[in-house]
Design a protein around this ligand. Structure first.
Ligand code: 5GP
Length: 146
């Protein structure tokens, strides 16, 4: 019988690990020594950003304190930039632990979505236009820098 309390093992070939290794492209919003922030390719609202640690963590259970702190500080930067760029106060912060919760990429990440929880689009369903994602990433990166 499968023990559902056991989490998935970290897979070095997961899509976010490949991004961190520079193997696949993404629209970067921000990067420092412990975190990376980029546009979600299947956003649940315009301006949906993901923040990941540069640590091999599947979910919250694995996350080391120094990476947890760094992820939150990057989330603050991104959220402030989203407020500025999208001219709205409401930013939903979301994070899924385990397939049973709906997690689909097993490298810990925080979703920052310029949307009300009541108006979120469907999770990881509709691919966004790459040029629009590139433009938003640029605007958010500029807002963080300034
Ligand atoms: P989870 O379901 O694990 O909480 O969220 C995974 C997120 O990663 C989803 O929102 C999904 O749209 C996003 N995602 C999946 N594949 C890719 C990809 O190749 N590039 C980017 N930028 N986002 C992805």
């Amino acid at each position: 019988m499968t023990d559902i309390t056991q989490q998935t093992a970290y897979d070095d070939n997961n899509i976010f690990a490949k991004m961190l290794n520079g193997d696949i492209p993404y629209h970067k919003v921000y990067e420092d020594d412990k975190t990376l922030a980029f546009m979600d390719i299947m956003p649940q609202a315009e301006g949906h950003v993901l923040v990941i640690p540069k640590q091999k963590a599947v979910d919250l259970a694995d996350l080391e304190a120094k990476y947890a702190a760094a992820v939150l500080m990057t989330c603050k930067k991104v959220m402030q930039a989203q407020r500025q760029v999208f001219e709205r106060e409401g930013i939903t912060q979301m994070q899924l632990n385990g397939a049973q919760a709906g997690q689909t990429v097993f490298h810990y990440h925080v979703h920052l979505i310029p949307s009300s929880i009541h108006e979120l689009g469907r999770h990881a369903v509709t691919q966004a236009d790459s040029d629009k994602l590139a433009d938003m990433a640029k605007q958010l990166a500029t807002a963080i820098e300034n």
